[in-house]
Design a binder for this molecule. Sequence first.
Ligand code: SF4
Length: 505
Amino acid sequence: MVLYAEAMSMPSIWVFGDQLNRGIGALAEAQPATHRVLFIESAAKIGSRRWHVQRAHFIVASMRKFAAELRAEGFQVDYRFAPTMREGVEAHNNEFNPIEIVATEPNSFSSRQMLAGLGIRTVASNQFLCHPDDYRAFMGTRKSIKMEDFYRWQRKRLDVLMDGDEPIGGRWNFDEENRQPPPKTGHDRWPDPQRYELDQVDRDVLEAVSANCWGVPPIGQWATTRDGARERLTYFVDHLLPMFGEHEDAMLNTNWHLAHSLLSPYLNNGLLLPGEVVAAAHAAFNEGKVPLNSAEGFIRQVIGWREYIWNCYWQWMPEYAGMNALDANRNLPPMFTNASKTSMSCMKSVLEGTYERSYSHHIERLMVLGNFSLIAGINPQQLTSWMWNSYVDAAEWVMVPNVVGMSQYADGGMLATKPYASGGAYIDRMSNHCKGCVYDRKKRTGEDACPFTVLYWDFFLRHQERFVKNPRVARQVRAAQQLQDGDELQQVAAVMLKKLDQGKL
Ligand code: SF4
């Protein structure tokens, strides 16, 4: 009875579904004798969006399995099914009457607001290598920081790929080596991703979440335990990292994964921590197993881009999510929910891949889906929402800055110094999509004109006033202004956009 009374008076640690790691925040120092753990699987959260089934399954199965691991370690775990988070907390309080409920700083703005509203104490998160407080200190009185400056600062302060104060190899980046088009042959050179056998937990989760989901059900592509995630990290470092750099921006309809790490889902739900991922890559480089361009290209994504995006989110939310500087108000076209509604090979291939795997790699997201949405004037909030629903590694902090800022220029240039707009020539150079496409990437007028090429020029004509003053794209604007067939092109663009809305492009 005494033991029971002591257990009742414990504090509880509320763990969110994207904090699934024993080393994160409040859980790091917790012990079964001193803390109880609370998870809430909220029906409102699961039903809040029409998720890709692989994403919903990944999040929920990882959470249930992590809860089971903590139970096996001896923790008293209250894994609560509740209509809403708030009701879950109330029910937990009523049943356990904890001394207090404490949480690690959540990764979304709305969850932090919710915790503040509930009066729940939070402890600092160590889930990222650069906490927003450190970022603000680095920023000082500056209004903004460029990604490259942030990345170099991270390299120095974390002592990653450094030789004293200088970068190893004498250069900070190897983009030139790392932006090669895809090889003409040998598209099976990259080993297939690992898979695991789905278990009873997976089947139970699928039964619980599938009703409101879309997409192909999981086949064990995405690990749902820390052990599984660590296995994939080792596999990536041993087999793929050595060839990561060279073709990291290439796209192939014959190979969806190339040498991509496929580790972002685990970094984003906590099964892996960025420090251990960087340490593994760095160790392989130190041992001479990975060339510098590959090590640097990968590490740049983890300590550079990922952490920069995370800090931009905290710097600019909540207003940032609603920005629409280019007044892009076209509804998301039918092809985004049904890839058969387009004949464009590149869009069809990436959209079908999303349906099949809940994943596309960063260039497919930025330079195919994002680029097309930008030049077609699709509403950035609708695109953000679609990406958030669709991708296994999505989260608000990832999607808002990447879509609103990086890919749609909807923040008017706060994050990116130029709009990432390109025509069919870029896609043709970096992929094998154009070969066999019904459209001709060189044509900007006529029935078979490439929508990317037409809408690219149309975009710079529509926004010429704004972008002619931007030194990074002024040349493209002037070229658009000098097109002999500019009027005809704009008429073709108008017809194309109509077809796009009708699901006939
Ligand atoms: Fe895409 Fe145009 Fe190439 Fe077709 S021709 S695959 S639409 S870029």
